[in-house]
Design a protein around this ligand. Structure first.
Ligand SMILES: [Fe+2]
Ligand SMILES: [Fe+2]
Length: 206
């Protein structure tokens, strides 16, 4: 029990304070940096801060669900998806640095909240847990599409990154569905939309 606690706490600290690893190269890394005004760079860095914050939440959600899930196949799939979320964390972090921006000061707060939600959802059983995951990924997909449209047109580097992340999130949702994800009730879906709106608004500015 103590071992688990220590290792989970270690995961949290890593997600929040240590540079995330990646196996795949950062999408768009080979493209030249676009010519952007200071305002445009600030805006893109803020969008990336929001995405980074979302990936911090994804780390916590997956960690929470993997802790609670009993099915080894589901746990394995969660692990693979969680690894890709770690890569997203790496990419967004690097893009923020390239643009001279900074990460959200609220990250520890979002992490704690998402971990709690992940554990609670995980306790509801694998099919609800997967349903929550599928819905989260669908909402993130919509959100990434929205961010792609809000990028300055010349910023192909950020566009490539968001496009790859979107493809990954779509696959994560499909995997969750494949393992028997349940459709969440409408009020839960709405509550999730509202809380992600709050998170995106706050992390854009802080
Ligand atoms: Fe992600
Ligand atoms: Fe995902």
């Amino acid at each position: 029990m103590l071992d688990t606690l220590v290792s989970e706490f270690d995961k949290a600290l890593r997600a929040l304070f240590v540079a995330a690893p990646t196996r795949r190269p950062m999408p768009g890394a080979d493209l030249p940096e676009a010519d952007m005004s200071d305002d445009e760079m600030r805006h893109v860095a803020a969008l990336m801060r929001v995405n980074h914050c979302g990936e911090i939440c994804a780390q916590a959600l997956y960690q929470g669900q993997a802790l609670s899930s009993h099915d080894p196949a589901v746990r394995g799939e969660l692990k693979q998806a969680a690894w890709e979320e770690t890569e997203h964390l790496n990419w967004t972090e690097r893009r923020i640095a390239e643009l001279g921006g900074r990460k959200s000061i609220l990250n520890p707060l979002w992490y704690a909240g998402s971990l709690a939600i992940g554990v609670v959802v995980g306790k509801c059983g694998d099919r609800w847990s997967l349903g929550f995951l599928a819905e989260t990924e669908r909402q993130v997909e919509g959100h990434l599409e929205n961010h792609k449209a809000r990028l300055p047109v010349q910023d192909r580097k950020s566009w490539e990154m968001l496009e790859q992340m979107k493809a990954d999130e779509i696959r994560h949702a499909e995997t969750a569905n494949h393992y028997g994800a349940r459709e969440l009730p409408v009020p839960v879906r709405l509550a999730m939309k509202l809380s992600s709106k709050l998170m995106t608004r706050l992390s854009y500015v802080a």
